[in-house]
Design a protein around this ligand. Structure first.
Ligand code: SF4
Length: 290
């Protein structure tokens, strides 16, 4: 199997993303999000390390690329804390940019602004995951990730540099962060054009972490998942009516603020007003001569 692999090789019934390739420069992630889905299938997930032994293979695979869209990354953050000193994701980006790939970054870190020089030479978008605009609440939910206030500042820098910014309000956890009015207002004010949202799905060990950190809230919502919830392709989702109501509220505020909106893996694509991954914002750029 190639390292630069298809984003959705299983053709999940929940995924509505346009075709693209993906690569995770790191195995694991140290942001420590309570709701992380990947900790359930990668051992020692917080012990994050770069896939340095794969550089030669990536270089070889990249020679066959002709401007494809590549997402960094789908199951770990491409900017964990150690990226500040290792510059490993930057090396991968350099290789992909030299092939004039279209780059989609998904991250929770302000470190991405270091790579504005590369990202502004190719068609690119940056999606920040921001679940709350309250730094204290984020410290509980995502204890080792940079605070949302730093992500919002970084988003402003990217927008100023002409790189479209998308924000994933993901996951929305009932009774915890399901009314993100002030966050949406701030994002509209700084020039974010597209919001993606999705509800929390208990999986593997993440439910245990959520219960330990927020016992009262999790006790109140448990039956919506485990008694009334919908099971789709190995996922436990809130009942459709409830998740449509929660996501519908977020959508309404987003549209009131003039941004486009999409849901991610919810089975309700009729709520989308644009591409689900924000790729409609990808700027066209002349091929850069490297
Ligand atoms: S940033 Fe993503 S991959 Fe990293 S711990 Fe959080 S949810 Fe998991």
């Amino acid at each position: 199997m190639p390292l630069l692999s298809s984003f959705d090789p299983w053709h999940s019934s929940l995924c509505t993303c346009p075709p693209k390739l993906t690569f995770n420069p790191y195995t694991g992630c140290d942001h420590g999000c309570l709701y992380c889905y990947a900790t359930g299938y990668v051992q020692n997930f917080q012990n994050c390390h770069p896939k340095k032994d794969q550089l030669v293979t990536i270089q070889r695979e990249a020679t066959k690329l002709k401007g494809e869209t590549v997402l960094l990354s789908s199951s770990s953050d491409p900017y964990p804390t150690v990226e500040a000193v290792l510059h490993w994701t930057r090396k991968i980006l350099q290789i992909l940019c030299e092939r004039n790939c279209k780059i989609e970054i998904t991250t929770k870190s302000h470190l991405v602004i270091r790579d504005i020089d590369l990202l502004s030479k190719v068609p690119s978008t940056v999606a920040f995951t921001i679940t709350t605009d309250d730094d204290a609440q984020a410290k509980l939910l995502e204890p080792h990730a940079p605070p949302p206030s730093m992500r919002i500042e970084a988003a402003q820098d990217l927008i100023k540099a002409g790189i479209p910014v998308i924000v994933r309000i993901d996951p929305i956890i009932p009774l915890v962060n399901d009314m993100p009015y002030t966050l949406i207002e701030k994002l509209a004010d700084i020039g974010v054009k597209h919001i993606i949202s999705s509800t929390y799905k208990p999986k593997g060990d993440n439910w245990q972490r959520m219960k330990a950190a927020m016992p009262k809230e999790m006790e109140k919502i448990a039956h919506f998942y485990f008694k009334e919830g919908e099971r789709v392709g190995g996922n436990i989702l809130l009942p459709q009516e409830l998740r449509q109501k929660i996501i519908g509220n977020v959508r309404e505020i987003v549209l009131e603020h003039g941004m486009s909106f999409a849901v991610c893996r919810e089975g309700i694509p009729k709520l989308n007003t644009a591409t689900c991954d924000g790729s409609h914002l990808m700027p066209k750029r002349e091929a850069y001569k490297w």
